[in-house]
Design a protein around this ligand. Structure first.
Ligand SMILES: *Cc1c(COP(=O)(O)O)cnc(C)c1O
Length: 414
């Protein structure tokens, strides 16, 4: 009999979003006329920028002509895209990142998971709590954890709580950790890491021979000039950090698929025999063997993000979502609800009123306002008592949802 990867059986099989779906369906079955607004989704809603579509159409036409047709491209991505990224996203911000250190991929969710291929199985893993579930689940699948306990915490993972109590800043652990996942701007809390906080992590990593996996999928949403967009803005980060970026949230590529991972050539890890091995070579080998690159058409669309029109259009997209976030923040605050995030991120992290649990608040919002959000406890035990509201939606939906909350919550207080 063929055996399976038993680690998959440890997974708390996709509990959060199916449970949300179940509760929404139960409610709408009973109230078929309710107009439910979903503010729970972490997916963009607005169309692809025109500059990207125009570039894709031109690329499709090239593919239709024998003289410009493209077959397999480089596994690492086309050099013209890697050079545009190196220049605009890194060198322009003073980061020493070369095009050869950038790997184009079909998603940073994928890369966050795939990166574990090149690391050993005995590394101590640290994540924040709450956390983007991909970091945890991919480690569970790879066999890096024990079983989950009643609160969903896996044995063997170091959880670093982030809440209002510590200003959503993960405390550097006293115990030594090897692989550290940091996400800034953060999904789900919408918090960002300051230069000082990042500096402290880089110092810790370099002092302990650890590697930071820095997820900057939301860097385009940073509005505060003092907040680093890249971990390579911090001295020493080239020796301890891998950075993940994506076109999903800044340019609406969630369905188009293009992202990138930066692996500095100065980054090393330890082999069993004690030798220091270049991480870049391992990732290059991994990608060359298991990946065949992103479609030429999609890479052309990504390149167009860096054109003058593309820059304008992606800035407008990001501003649109940030304006949604501002409306959400303002209306909730006026209704007497405590909010965090939503200034440098498309997520508003709400403190549930009246000490409600995340799920109780979910039920209350669904029943009284017909609004769906995401219970904070679904992202980790320390997310209990919080609730994520996403700014990825139409202006109309956001305004209507906030109008409903204003009415219900203001009325409830009188
Ligand atoms: C959306 C998101 C990404 C991007 O994933 P893609 O696979 O590139 O679409 C990465 N990290 C976090 C935390 C996200 O929320």
């Amino acid at each position: 009999m063929t055996t399976i990867n038993d680690n998959y059986l440890k997974l708390k099989a996709g509990y959060l979003f199916p449970e949300i779906g179940r509760r929404v369906k139960a409610y709408t079955d009973q109230h078929p006329d309710a107009s439910v607004i979903k503010l729970g989704i972490g997916d963009v809603t607005e169309p692809l920028p025109e500059a990207c579509r125009t570039a894709m159409i031109a690329a499709v036409n090239e593919m239709g002509d024998r003289s410009t047709f493209k077959g397999y491209g480089p596994e690492q991505g086309y050099l013209w895209l890697r050079e545009a990224i190196a220049q605009h996203d890194f060198q322009a911000r003073g980061c020493n990142v070369d095009a050869s250190e950038i790997f184009i991929s079909d998603g940073s969710k994928c890369d966050c998971g795939n990166i574990l291929d090149i690391f050993g199985n005995d590394n101590r893993i640290a994540v924040t709590d709450p956390v983007y579930p991909v970091y945890v689940d991919t480690n569970v699948m790879a066999g890096h954890t024990g079983e989950a306990d009643g609160t969903g915490k896996y044995e063997g993972i170091t959880y670093l709580p982030i809440s209002a109590d510590n200003d959503f800043a993960a405390q550097i652990p006293s115990q030594k950790v090897d692989l550290i996942y940091l996400c800034s701007p953060n999904n789900p809390t919408g918090a960002t890491m300051s230069r000082e906080q990042l500096k402290a992590w880089v110092q810790y990593a370099n002092a302990n021979g650890s590697i930071i996996l820095f997820d900057a999928a939301y860097e385009a949403f940073i509005t505060d000039d003092s907040i680093p967009h890249s971990i390579y803005e911090i001295e020493g980060a080239r020796d301890c950090a891998i950075e993940f970026r994506s076109f999903s949230k800044n340019a609406g590529f969630t369905g188009t698929r293009c992202a990138l991972t930066v692996v500095p050539k100065s980054l090393t890890g330890k082999a069993k025999d004690g030798a220091n091995v270049e991480i870049w070579s391992l990732w290059n080998r991994r990608q060359s063997t298991k990946f065949n690159g992103v479609s030429y058409i999609v890479q052309k669309a990504a390149e167009a993000v860096y054109s003058e029109a593309g820059q304008q259009q992606t800035k407008a997209l990001v501003s649109f979502y940030l304006e949604n976030a501002k409306i959400i923040r303002d209306k909730l605050t006026t209704a007497g609800i405590q909010v965090y995030g939503g200034v440098n991120a498309p997520y508003v992290w709400v403190k549930t009123p009246d000490q409600l649990t995340s799920w109780d608040f979910f039920d209350q919002l669904l029943k009284t306002c017909n609004i769906v959000g995401t219970p904070g406890s679904g992202f980790g035990a320390a997310g209990e008592g919080y609730f994520r509201i996403s700014a990825f939606n139409s202006r109309e939906n956001v305004e209507e949802a906030m109008q409903r909350i204003s009415e219900k919550f203001t009325a409830a207080k009188v």
